[in-house]
Design a protein around this ligand. Structure first.
Ligand code: HPA
Ligand code: ZN
Length: 362
């Protein structure tokens, strides 16, 4: 399928179509920055910059096993997902109070607003905190306060998605779900993250079935390091509405055909994939071929403090390394991000209109 032709009937005007065809590559970096977009794959604990880790450690009277911000940043050399997760969970251990969660999320929202992210769906990992004795309410109250402030002060809308850690047990996931229930209205959906190898989606089939009954929207990490079979089971066993990462679908043509036919969104994270060695370099990333196969791919930052960049760095570095990517792909990626979001239809239409306007003026 031609990636520039959305499968649904669209309101894209002839003006925008003509504008897309005539935008030269040199103008793309500015356009990628300016276009409105949604971020659908950001672990809020992965937005914790080394400077904030040190500031929170000091505020909370904790000592860190690194002598300086630079020494901590220098440790961010990962060979795979697990080598990253070890450092990421250690970094999150400085988060103790509601204020800490608020400050972390507000720092992210300010960076997101600067990148013209108008809507963000934030993952959070309650078990990383409750297992250290931090109450669930402390986590959710700090994050919810930041979500409200982001809308009020920055004009960024946001939703919260609670992730279960897949290296922990089904029983632990059910306990976390229990703790979340008094806060049900503050959480749009549930996800599944942490180490994929040896932790297939099937392990959480009953938890996800219960979450579906409770009305949560469902997503799961699958096909980041794990095989295409994990994407099949995220779809058929967990019944998710988006696949987080999903880049390894490319090894399975029947799966790619199904993802395209169902417009199943993939929340792709280019810098993450390179930093965690899913691809050897950005030039080898399959973002362009996923789009050209008709998939509803989106661009996201995953854990921006650890992987070297927020939304626009992900866009600009992917576009710089992949010469196949054009203005049409940029427009499609942003349109996909709104289509794939859990926002309401009227809001999606307003964002899409603003997106078309940004390209029509280009
Ligand atoms: N993959 C799985 N789990 C995670 C990630 C990721 O990229 N980031 C934070 N938790
Ligand atoms: Zn992720």
């Amino acid at each position: 399928m031609n990636p520039t032709t959305p499968p649904e009937k669209t309101a894209m005007t002839a003006t925008i179509d003509a504008a897309l065809a005539s935008i030269p590559r040199e103008r793309l970096p500015a356009l990628l920055q300016r276009m409105p977009k949604a971020e659908l794959h950001i672990h809020i604990e992965g937005s914790l910059e080394p400077e904030l880790i040190f500031a929170l450690a000091q505020r909370n009277g904790l000592s860190l096993p690194y002598t300086s911000v630079e020494a901590l940043r220098a440790a961010y050399a990962f060979k795979d997902l697990q080598s990253f997760l070890d450092i990421y969970y250690a970094g999150a251990s400085v988060l103790l109070t509601e204020e800490d969660f608020f400050d972390m999320a507000m720092a992210y929202f300010r960076r997101a607003a600067a990148d013209h992210v108008v809507h963000a769906e934030l993952f959070f990992d309650p078990q990383t905190h409750t297992d250290r004795g931090v109450p669930f309410a402390t986590v959710i109250d700090g994050l919810t306060r930041a979500v409200d402030a982001a809308q009020r002060e920055l004009g960024v809308s946001a939703l919260l998605i609670m992730c279960f850690l897949r290296h922990l047990s089904e029983e632990a996931a059910f306990e976390t779900l229990e703790q979340a229930l008094p806060h049900r209205k503050k959480i749009i959906g549930v996800g599944l993250d942490s180490g994929e190898h040896g932790n297939p989606p099937e392990k959480f089939a009953r938890v996800f079935a219960r979450c579906k009954e409770l009305g949560f929207r469902l997503v799961a990490h699958a096909g980041e390091e794990g095989p295409p079979a994990y994407i099949w089971s995220a779809l058929d066993v967990l019944h998710v509405e988006r696949i987080d990462h999903g880049v390894r679908c490319a090894g399975d043509p029947a799966l790619v055909a199904r993802l395209a036919a169902e417009r199943m969104p993939l929340t792709v994270c280019p810098l993450s994939n390179v930093k965690l060695c899913v691809f050897k370099s950005m030039a080898e990333h399959n973002l362009a071929s996923l789009l050209d196969a008709g998939l509803c791919a989106t661009v996201n930052s995953d854990d921006p403090a650890y992987f070297g960049g927020y939304m626009n760095a992900n866009f600009t570095e992917a576009f710089a390394a992949l010469p196949q990517l054009t203005a049409r792909h940029a427009h499609r990626l942003a349109a996909n991000s709104f289509e794939a979001s859990f926002a309401g239809a009227a809001q999606k239409l307003r964002w899409k209109t603003a997106l078309d306007a940004a390209f029509a003026q280009a």
